[in-house]
Every structure is written in C-alpha cells, then in structure tokens.
Write a protein that binds this ligand. Sequence first.
Ligand code: GDP
Ligand code: MG
Length: 363
Amino acid sequence: KMSVNSNQVITKLISLGVMANINQEIDHDTASIIAEEFGFIVVKHEDEVASEETNEQEMLDFEDKEEDLIERSPVVTVMGHVDHGKTSLLDAIRETKVTEREAGGITQHVGASTVKVNDKRIVFLDTPGHEAFTAMRARGAQVTDVAILVVAADDGVMPQTIEAINHAKAANVPIIVAINKIDKPEANPDRIKQEITEHGLVPEDWGGDTICVPVSALKKQGIDELLEMILLVAEMEELKANPNRRAKGTIIEAELDKGKGPVATVIVQKGTLKVGDAVVTGTAHGKVRAMIDDKGKRIKEAGPSTPVAILGLSEVPDAGEHLYVVESDKKAREIAENRKEKIRMEQLKTTQKVSLDDLFEQI
Ligand code: GDP
Ligand code: MG
C-alpha cells in the first residue's frame, strides 16, 4: 500500500534494530513506526481494535475454578422512597453494630460500612437510593447482592418504592422489605404487605417468598432480625469468590483529596488487593500506595467483599468503573493509555461528523 519495495522496508527495520526477513510478521506497533518513517500514518482497522479489546477484557476478566471459590460476605444496598428512613436505618445498624473506629485511625470516608453479626460480616453501601444503584448498573457494575427496600408503615408504596423494586428486579437482586416506622401509632404493616403484593412481592406469611421485617429505625427495633434475614438470604445466594488471585473490584466512589491525591473506594469482589499492586480502573492507573478500611485502619490486604479506600491512582476514576490488578505498572499504564486514546478517537469522530454535517448544511 505504501508502494515501497520489501528491501527498503527490511533495510529500515534493520536500521531500527529489528533483524527481519521477508517472510517475517511484525507487530502493529513496529509496522506503524516503519510506516511513519516512510511518511505514512497507520490507522488500526476497527475489527482489529475490537478484537484486541476483547483479548484485553478476557485477560482481565478470567473465570475461577469452582474448587477455588469460598464463601464471601454479602454487599447490601438500602433503597426506598424519600423520607421512608433509609439513612436512619443505616445509622441504626451502624450504631448498634459497628465497632468503634480504631484509636488513632485515619479519618477517611470509605462509603461503606462493615457490620459483624455473630461470626459473619455484612457490607452496607453508605449511599442509599436507587440513583447510585442505577448509575452503577449503567456501567455494567453490579456490587449489590441483597437490596433492602425500606417502606414507611405510615405511608406505603410510593413512586420511588416502585422504581427501586424495578431496579432490583432488573438486576436480579433479591429484595428484603424493611417495613419501617412501626413505632408510629398510624403504622399499618398489613397495608404495606397488600401494596407490595400488587407489585409482585408476596410476603412469606402470605404464601410468597418475600421476607418482610417490621423495624423502627428510630427506636432501633427489629435491627437484629433484619440482619439475620440478610444473612439467610445471602446464604441462599451462595455468594462465593476466589481470594487467591489478582484482585478485581468496583469503584463505589472517588474524590480528589488535597493532601492524598485521588482517593477511591473500592469493593473488592474477587481475589485479594494488596498494597503495592499495579492497578487499572477506567483511564486511571497506578500502584496501590496505601489502603484504609472502613474503621480508619491502614491495611495491607483486602479480600473479597471488603470495602477499602485506596491511594496511588493517577486520576480520579468514576464510580462503577471496574478495577483490575495487572502484572506490572507498565501494563496498567498501557491499558489506561489505550483507553484514553480510544476515548480521544471517539470524540474526534463525533466532532468530525458534526463539522461535516455543518459543512453539508452550508452547501
Ligand atoms: P431517607 O430519606 O429515606 O433517608 O429518610 P430519613 O432516614 O432521612 O428519615 C426521614 C424522617 O423519618 C426523619 O425525620 C426520621 O427521623 C424519620 N424516621 C426514620 N425512621 C423512623 C422510624 O422508625 N420511626 C419514626 N417515628 N420516624 C422515623
Ligand atoms: Mg437519606
């Protein structure tokens, strides 16, 4: 295509230190450099780009063997209509169950809390509501194993209750209904059960399979029962992960801290994330410089279903991005740079398209 003969190409290759012969295949990068030497710019064919991306994704997203999987803790999201008590319920759980912050611990908002129940753990995402849930799902991220649907017993099923039900169903996440505010004289749990039944959630005591727990976030009633039910549902889900592999997780929130630089909270989903690991998440890459758990304690390792704040990323990633540990810093940077380049190309395509359209309009 360049109309130069093979000898010229081979000579150029050799001058660049590649001892090539005429039957040799050279990789894309080398070919691009050579082409540039002859004054050409190489553009990758879209199929080629797509297949490289699939390979990259396969390399990052490898499956584990069944025998390597062990039980992991459930990750829970609290959803429901505004003012039905999501925040109060999370506070009540935290106040009754979360152990004190480490003395001398680091004040670092982690965006999730770990609760110990008997010898098990439950992870609660701090951001309630289905907006967070939807934002994550829009990125193909699913971190939630169990959804708690809070419905105020003095109010009933409302628009956001229905939305929450639909989101959880679409994501195939089991729902536990927390009928809240039962301390109120006008509370009517039976009416709530009637209303949720109309939306396909038939309570267990009515012959269905939806677990309903009457609670009062205000009076801290029913909290233990609710936690037990979460563990029961989690057990039925048979949540498992392989802790002995390169970690994969999802960013649940991230921010730029003036002193610490980009800080991202990750829920580790597979494998064990370690300080010193090379990671890539979206267009951010880096080496995990430090990890802080939800108690403000510096930790060196975080296994499946552990929320941790990590330091050391090159930029602030978006919530919902997957985070992968890769073999080296170099690889992490390479993947991040490729992703950036792709975004740049996409943007270029759109702007070019727009300006062409504008041009035609003018003609
Ligand atoms: P959110 O919008 O779903 O996060 O709801 P909040 O947790 O902010 O609660 C809304 C209001 O309901 C607040 O004034 C709470 O004090 C009140 N509230 C929450 N839970 C209960 C409860 O169990 N009983 C009563 N009486 N009030 C509650
Ligand atoms: Mg709230």
